[in-house]
Design a protein around this ligand. Structure first.
Ligand code: NOJ
Length: 747
């Protein structure tokens, strides 16, 4: 019997209650609570066949025990599947996703996902709530930490790479897990950066910025999708049939499982879409197959199937038979997902005879490489790499920190696995650095208090700021070089952690001022979960490394770069603002009608109260230790018909003394189009490794489809078009510093 036959046989035998039970996705109660705590009587649900899946189990043993109980409680022996938030690694915590995105290294991203999958699978997990592929341009939003950054093309490639890494060649392979693309969709564009807030945007932007990563994950065969909390253009995603059944299953051809986010179905009521059963009917009708935690499907579907629903206020009229049909549709999708995971053939699949976890030693090696590849060198006035004989002072709240290095959403990580920066430097150089604390990790007392209420322990230094700054200055003066370790605590970023002003905290800026005054060469390393506005810090520092929260080996990766054991190769996957008031910010902003050649004295394209000289670091920016020369780009032809292959070639040369990993970036612009198009947009990139003095030719294939864009007065009336005429191609080391050529499409 093939999978579909098994599913159909079960469907024919199942009672309505059994079908509804399959739609219930419960929390194991062993992990993180990210919404209103739901006190589910888990054992009772298992005994009654009222659970389809469980997330948040913490060991193979507990998953197996739950499976035994579920099988005993299921008349037809239908197993559960087990899921978990495996966001940037599992026990082996890799750098935050935003950091990994800065590596622009798709093989590395695939490898970290594959490693996480192997660790997760060894604990009986079948599905991970990852990859998180919300394009995000607003540093106020705390979940930038989990995101692939601001660019749709880079995000789409990351979505594909991570999906491949998690799932391997097919769902159900040993040591692999099903991916769950999330959060569908535009969760990364909340108004004012407030988490969970709604999104209003042009359909064109939805189609060309926020949907491409989902399309890429689906093409790669992602087994599941999680729906987002927010509304898009007035329709909450948990009731958004046009996007779920319409775009996702229709246009994008997704045929897997759609799960709600945590109590997302219940949240339709406060969204204003009606109390249950209306909200429940809307979610099921829209295509949300499983209800995470809220149990609204379990509570209300029996009545809905009995009575149907007349809800003129919701524009919804469903007969009892129609609701029954929707329950069947959702249940069939849950069973099909289980069949694809191999669970219907063997209910203990993934729970017995499971491959052992991969070696943690190998994981640490990979995590260290990933950390070094993710850090972005923003400035280097001939200071780095440091000599291992230099007398180094590490100053600031993260100089010897472990817990924050894990970053947000590291639910299975352990702080004791982190080697802090002071130890990493000592291990690498054989010389213990001087360590001095300059500030509290959370220096705003109100924030510390707010986090403490939620059970988060925030470290603080009891000394006065004057005392701490005195120690910091003394440490700097007594050293050859001072490394300021600043940034934000992991609890500053993540879910429900929006900030009004994403910038380096004030007391840490005072610390930098004090260190800069000493005249000791100053390296600033920023550990953060989001792009923090740097203000004047980049002028004060002689060298500046943006290291994010780098996971268990984050500080070791930083030490490798500081002392030249690894070459810096990271490139910003998000623009770094100069001032927090600039966000949302992205390199590909649509052009306006101004500047114009006028005489308006006060005219500015930026802000009246922000100096023109401030430094912001553009998308794609990052330095290495080499000295790169880019040759002029040349096209194989300057006029082409659609369908003709065009190549853009240029030579890149490393004129420096050390190795370079260079990410050559190709952008395009379309100066005349039917609607406003982005000022420029990334169409391709290539990573090349160049040894000292090496020159290479880099070749990009250009094709007409790269210039297609949507015109969408409504979501139902989307037209993808491409126009003949001139386009510009811009190539360079980042989105700003490029050289251009023109290509004319004759057709
Ligand atoms: C809520 C978050 O939005 C989602 O990303 C996560 O997977 C679920 N909680 C489960 O923890």
């Amino acid at each position: 019997m093939d999978d579909q036959e098994i599913v159909e046989r079960l469907m024919a035998e199942m009672t309505l209650a059994e079908k509804i039970g399959q739609l219930n996705l419960l929390a194991a109660g062993e992990g993180l609570v990210t919404g209103a705590a739901q006190h589910t009587p888990l054992a009772r649900r298992l005994d009654a066949g009222q659970a389809g899946a469980i997330f948040g189990t913490k060991s193979l043993e507990s998953a197996r025990a739950m499976q035994e109980r579920a099988l005993a409680g299921s008349r037809l022996g239908i197993p559960l599947f087990f899921a978990e938030d495996v966001i940037h690694g599992h026990r082996t915590v890799f750098p935050l996703n935003i950091a990994l995105a800065c590596s622009w290294d798709l093989d590395l991203i695939e490898e970290t996902a594959a490693f996480a999958a192997a660790e997760a699978a060894s604990e009986g997990l079948h599905q991970v709530f990852a990859p998180m592929i919300d394009v995000s341009r607003d540093a106020r939003w705390g979940r930038v930490a989990e995101s692939p950054g601001e660019d749709p093309l880079l995000s789409a490639r990351i979505a594909a790479a991570a999906t491949r890494g998690f799932q391997g060649a097919e769902l159900g392979a040993p040591g692999k897990v099903a991916a769950c693309l999330k959060h569908f969709v535009a969760y990364g564009a909340p108004q004012s950066g407030r988490d969970y807030d709604n999104v209003s945007l042009a359909w064109e932007d939805l189609l060309s910025i926020y949907l491409p990563p989902f399309a890429a994950g689906i093409t790669e065969g992602a087994g599941s999708v999680m729906v987002a909390f927010n509304a898009v253009n007035k329709m909450p995603m948990h009731a958004n049939g046009a996007l779920i059944e319409g775009w996702l299953r229709g246009a994008a051809g997704f045929d897997g499982l759609v799960v709600s986010d945590y109590t997302g179905v219940k949240e339709l009521t406060p969204h204003g879409l009606g109390a249950a059963p209306v909200g429940v009917a809307r979610a099921l009708h829209a295509g949300v197959d499983m209800d995470m935690v809220g149990e609204d499907y379990l509570s209300h579907l029996p009545t809905l199937v009995r009575d149907g629903l007349e809800a003129p206020e919701a524009g919804l009229s469903l007969s009892a038979d129609q609701v029954a049909g929707l329950v069947d549709r959702a249940c069939r999708r849950v069973l099909t997902f289980k069949a694809r995971l191999g669970l219907l053939a063997d209910p203990y699949r993934g729970l017995s005879g499971v491959p052992a976890a991969p070696s943690r030693r190998d994981g640490r090696k990979l995590a260290r490489k990933a950390a070094a590849r993710s850090a972005v060198l923003l400035k280097n006035d001939d200071l780095l790499p440091l000599s291992s004989s230099a007398k180094v002072a590490l100053v600031g709240p993260f100089a010897a920190d472990r817990a924050n290095m894990l970053g947000t959403w590291s639910v299975s990580g352990r702080a004791e696995d982190v080697v802090p920066l002071d130890s990493a430097v000592e291990a690498l150089t054989g010389r213990a650095p001087v360590v001095a604390w300059g500030a509290d990790i959370v220096d705003e007392p109100w924030l510390a208090q707010r986090l403490n209420v939620h059970g988060v322990t925030v470290e603080s230094d009891p000394r006065s700021e004057t005392e701490k700054l005195r120690d910091a200055r003394a440490a700097a003066r007594a050293s050859d070089v001072v490394v300021a370790c600043v940034g934000e605590a992991k609890e500053h970023a993540g879910e429900s952690s929006s900030l009004l002003a994403p910038e380096i905290p004030a007391s840490q800026r005072r610390l930098i001022d004090a260190l800069a005054e000493t005249g000791t060469p100053l390296v600033v390393v920023v550990f953060a979960g989001r792009p923090l506005a740097l203000g004047t810090l980049s002028d004060q520092a002689d060298a500046l490394l943006y290291a994010w929260h780098g996971g268990i080996a984050g500080p070791e990766g930083v030490a490798d770069i500081l002392f030249g054991a690894a070459v810096p190769a990271g490139r910003l996957a998000v623009s770094l603002p100069a001032h927090p008031g600039e966000v949302p910010l992205s390199y590909d902003a649509d052009p306006t009608g101004r500047p114009f050649p006028g005489t308006f004295a006060k005219f500015r394209t930026g802000w009246l109260d922000l100096s023109d000289d401030v430094k912001r670091f553009p998308f794609g920016f990052g330095l290495g230790y080499g000295k790169m020369h880019y040759g002029s780009p040349e096209l194989s032809m300057t006029e082409a018909a659609a369908g003709q292959g065009v190549q853009l070639r240029l030579s890149v040369e490393n004129a420096g003394p050390g190795e370079v990993v260079e990410t050559v970036q190709l952008y395009a612009s379309d100066p005349v189009a039917r609607v406003v198009r982005p000022g420029r947009f990334l169409i391709d990139f290539k990573q090349v490794r160049l040894s000292a003095g090496e020159r290479r030719e880099v070749v990009f294939d250009i094709f007409a489809d790269q210039f297609r864009y949507p015109i969408a007065p409504t979501l139902e009336a989307v037209e993808w078009v491409r126009d003949p005429g001139v386009v510009r191609l811009h190539v360079g080391p980042n989105s700003r510093d490029t050289s251009s050529v023109e290509l004319t499409w004759q057709t």
